[in-house]
Design a protein around this ligand. Structure first.
Ligand code: FES
Ligand code: FES
Length: 157
């Protein structure tokens, strides 16, 4: 199996590494960089736990090879909070509305909602709710998460 040199930005830091051709972005983030906030669930594109942003788009890192992220800007849950330690609005909305229990699904959901609510984007409540269909949560019954979505789309109390 061949190795490849890649250089990418991860949460604003430039990273250069040599990786096997078939190493997934998920394994690269978790095992090579120690960014274990990106969770490994199904590892075949179903559960959404591994979702990160690549050049601003939400992607399943279990379905992408690290070499495909060469020259890209990758954002993970570790880079979401503000520099002063306060929570990102998506994190705050999930917190305030009890949108998590065990938290296994939470990083992926936060990354998806973040991608839809960044400056210049105005996803509707229904669009965000539909995006949740790509995230399996075994704990919450989704009601708290949907309340967070209501808040993020301007319909919360
Ligand atoms: S671990 Fe990637 S979608 Fe489930
Ligand atoms: S909070 Fe446990 S899987 Fe979603």
């Amino acid at each position: 199996m061949s190795d490849h040199d890649i250089t990418l930005s991860v949460n604003g830091t430039t990273i250069a590494r040599r990786v096997p051709a078939r190493r997934t972005l998920l394994d690269f983030l978790r095992s090579d960089l120690g960014l274990t906030g990106t969770h490994a669930g199904c590892e075949h594109g179903v559960c959404g736990a591994c979702t990160v942003l690549v050049d601003g788009l939400a992607v399943r890192s279990c379905l992408m090879f690290a070499v495909q992220a060469d020259a890209a800007k990758v954002s993970t849950i570790e880079g979401v909070a503000n520099e002063d330690g306060t929570l990102h609005p998506v994190q705050q909305a999930m917190h305030d509305n009890h949108g998590l229990q065990c938290g296994f699904c939470t990083p992926g959901i936060v990354m998806t909602l973040k991608s839809m609510t960044e400056a210049g984007k105005s996803a509707s409540r229904d669009e965000m709710a539909a995006a949740l269909s790509g995230h399996i949560c075994r704990c919450t019954g989704y009601q708290g998460i949907l309340k967070a979505v209501d808040l993020l789309s301007g319909r919360g109390e």
